[in-house]
Design a protein around this ligand. Structure first.
Ligand SMILES: Nc1ncnc2c1ncn2[C@@H]1O[C@H](COP(=O)(O)OP(=O)(O)OP(=O)(O)O)[C@@H](O)[C@H]1O
Ligand SMILES: [Mg+2]
Length: 389
């Protein structure tokens, strides 16, 4: 699944704006209140349309508080108005469930909210809903069609230390990989329970569990310094070995914020990839396709790791970012350096990258500016949201 374009009308601070998306990778840069989170939320609405065709998956409607609000002051009296309709329209491509090895389906779909008492329309996204239904039918028939990984990691994952109330229960099915995927916050409890359950199965069956192997491989691929990760039944916790010294073992709960936030996200994404596509075995992360949105990617990370994190993630999930085996180009690294530590705030994998005009005026009073032509490496485009001069 790849997204190529997103159009927003009256969505949060955006009056009418179109953002061209790179099918591989986009970094969205911008100061506070530039609209970065709003852009990711608009994409989440678009992606959520797929789930209209999949029961028990998290369809995402447009919320009435997401309608663009204007404030007037008349004789000292504040007058607040929302603007309608709110529109989210996306263009992208998907594997054709009727012919998975054939050319992808090119689709444009649209969700609209006409007013405060209305529901988000579905007519304009029937085409994507039909694709979702076809996926569901095939999966329910036991066919090995690849399901796209879809995930939005919002900022709540960074400061909401609440534990997930529900852990892993029962056997479940492939669509569990979509649970809460458009609003991922607390993942640690779920991950711990899941790894424990898979470890017990592994012990009982006396052979490696491929889904567990996919997750541990993802962690050690993303973090070179982690040589081994496992659920330790004796300690009843996830443990890590750093480097080659077997005495250098840390538990998940003792990790620093930087390690904890990256490992929790990578492990959660890997677990989803493995659950959605068990036919890929321990290669689930290498083969995973889809769209992943990450807000505040670099928070808690040292500047040296901020410059590395995009390459680390692409190495771990090469097909999600749409590339294989290409290191992040030095050009891209230099651009990140110029942006300065803390500037790379959002990662939209499998998304933006304009080939169109260099600037687009968005009605929030900000220019959506493309920085950098497509480069040889993996970062194909950066969307820079800056105040209009
Ligand atoms: N319904 C709405 N109507 C009008 N403006 C809104 C609405 N909802 C949010 N905004 C405004 O949109 C702007 C962009 O918010 P957003 O959260 O996307 O910023 P951001 O770029 O993610 O900033 P930060 O880096 O601080 O997280 C903010 O000024 C916010 O007040
Ligand atoms: Mg934000």
């Amino acid at each position: 699944m790849k997204l190529r374009r997103l159009h927003l009308d009256n969505f949060r601070a955006f009056q009418a704006t179109t953002v061209e998306l790179d099918p591989q990778l986009t970094l969205v840069l911008g100061g506070n209140a530039a609209g970065k989170t709003a852009l990711l939320d608009g994409i989440a609405v678009a992606l959520g349309s797929l789930f209209q065709g999949i029961d028990e998956s998290p369809s995402r409607h447009i919320r009435k508080e997401e309608a663009r609000r204007s404030v007037f002051t008349i004789n000292g009296v504040v007058d607040l108005h929302a603007s309608w309709p709110v529109v989210v329209e996306a263009t992208g491509s998907m594997r054709d469930p009727g012919d998975p090895a054939g050319p992808p389906l090119e689709l444009t779909w649209r969700r609209t909210l006409e007013g405060p008492d209305r529901r988000t329309t579905r007519q304009g996204s029937k085409n994507l809903e039909t694709v979702g239904q076809a996926y569901q039918e095939q999966v329910r028939a036991g066919q090995l069609i690849s399901l796209p990984v879809i995930a939005l990691y919002g900022t709540q994952r960074l400061w909401l230390r609440k534990k997930a109330t529900e852990g892993v229960t029962g056997v479940g099915n492939r669509f569990d990989g979509y649970a809460d995927c458009l609003d991922i916050a607390a993942t640690e409890r779920l991950l711990t329970d899941w790894m424990k359950q898979r470890t017990l199965i592994q012990v009982q069956q006396g052979r490696p569990h491929p889904q567990l192997a996919a997750v541990t491989l993802a962690i050690s691929t993303c973090l070179n310094e982690v040589s081994r990760v496992w659920f330790d039944l004796a300690h009843d916790e996830i443990r890590f070995e750093r480097g080659s010294n077997p005495l250098n073992v840390e538990s998940f709960s003792m990790l620093s914020d930087g390690y904890r936030s990256v490992i929790a996200m990578v492990a959660d994404l890997a677990r989803r990839a493995a659950v959605l596509n068990p036919q890929h075995g321990e290669q689930a992360c290498q083969l995973a396709e889809g769209v992943v949105l990450i807000d505040e990617l670099d928070l808690h990370l040292h500047p040296a790791w901020q410059r590395r994190i995009v390459a680390d993630l692409q190495r771990t999930f090469p097909a999600v970012a749409g590339h294989r085996h290409h290191p992040l180009s030095s050009g891209a690294l230099q651009r990140e350096k110029r942006a300065g530590p803390g500037a790379v705030r959002k990662l939209v994998a499998s998304v933006p990258g304009a080939r169109g005009g260099p600037r687009q005026q968005c009605a929030a009073g900000r220019r959506v500016r493309r920085v950098g032509a497509p480069c040889r490496g993996r970062v194909r485009a950066q969307a820079d949201l800056r105040p209009a001069r």
